[in-house]
Design a protein around this ligand. Structure first.
Ligand code: CO
Length: 249
């Protein structure tokens, strides 16, 4: 069963989304050459706590940090640490927040200084693929319409989408039903209804779609070690347009 949020729950999720967006924006603004990933993690935790939110990922299935920071060929679940960012890197910042027991989840990938044109295009298409999916998050559409729109947008630019990791429902838990794949067929899957909240989060690779997990048990990398980007918003389905709860303001 996919939870339908009550007006009161939606208000709580708006709060969580707004706080998360402000915190993530602050962390993204601190990305520059010479910065250590563990310092961004600390900044993220402070940015959440300062606004009355708690980190959603720390302790989740034993995950050690507030942020997931995935650089270049790292796709998702990179662990912050002693790595120093360098000019030309692509850095994905994945952050989750809990406010009043409600969750929000969002990711942005940003360049460090000047990056190669091919990487700028990968960033643009990753963001556009997420937005194409969000545009389909409407009452009466099928879940597969979101998935297919994301896949189409990525593949028409000759990039690929990761299959092993998917978006998800979100609310009283970080991961609720349904799973939201970043590939699929239009007109398939459940019918979307007002009050559903989905984390829509494509991972788009420059090379092929294959990924593997490093020996630390967390970090997912592309098998061809070519770069990957990740974008994510928490989105409310309404009677009108989708409402991006984690939108930057
Ligand atoms: Co997520």
């Amino acid at each position: 069963m996919i939870p339908i949020k009550s007006p009161c729950e939606i208000e709580a999720m708006r709060q969580a989304g707004a706080i998360l967006a402000a915190a993530l924006q602050e962390v993204a603004g601190a990305v520059q050459a010479g910065v250590y990933t563990r310092d961004l993690d600390q900044k993220a935790e402070e940015a959440l706590r300062m606004r009355g939110a708690l980190p959603a990922f720390k302790g989740y299935r034993g995950y050690p940090s507030t942020l997931c920071i995935s650089v270049n060929e790292e796709v998702v679940h990179g662990i912050p640490g002693a790595r120093m960012l360098r000019e030309g890197d692509l850095v994905s910042l994945d952050l989750g927040a809990v406010v009043d027991r409600y969750f929000a989840d969002s990711t942005v990938t940003v360049p460090v200084g000047e990056v190669k044109p091919a990487l700028r295009e990968l960033l643009r298409v990753g963001q556009e693929a997420m937005m194409a999916g969000i545009a389909m998050a409407r009452t009466g559409n099928h879940l597969g319409d979101i998935s297919a729109a994301i896949q189409f947008e990525a593949e028409r630019h000759h990039f690929s989408v990761v299959r092993e990791f998917v978006g998800h429902g979100i609310g009283r838990a970080l991961h609720e039903e349904p799973q939201v794949p970043n590939f699929g067929q239009p007109g398939t899957g459940v019918v979307l209804k007002e009050g559903m909240v989905l984390a829509i989060e494509p991972m788009v690779n420059l090379g092929n779609a294959q990924v593997e997990i490093l020996r630390n048990g967390w970090t997912v990398v592309t098998s061809d070690r070519r770069p990957s980007v990740h974008f994510e918003h928490t989105v409310l389905i309404t009677a009108q347009d989708p409402e991006i709860l984690t939108e930057w303001r």
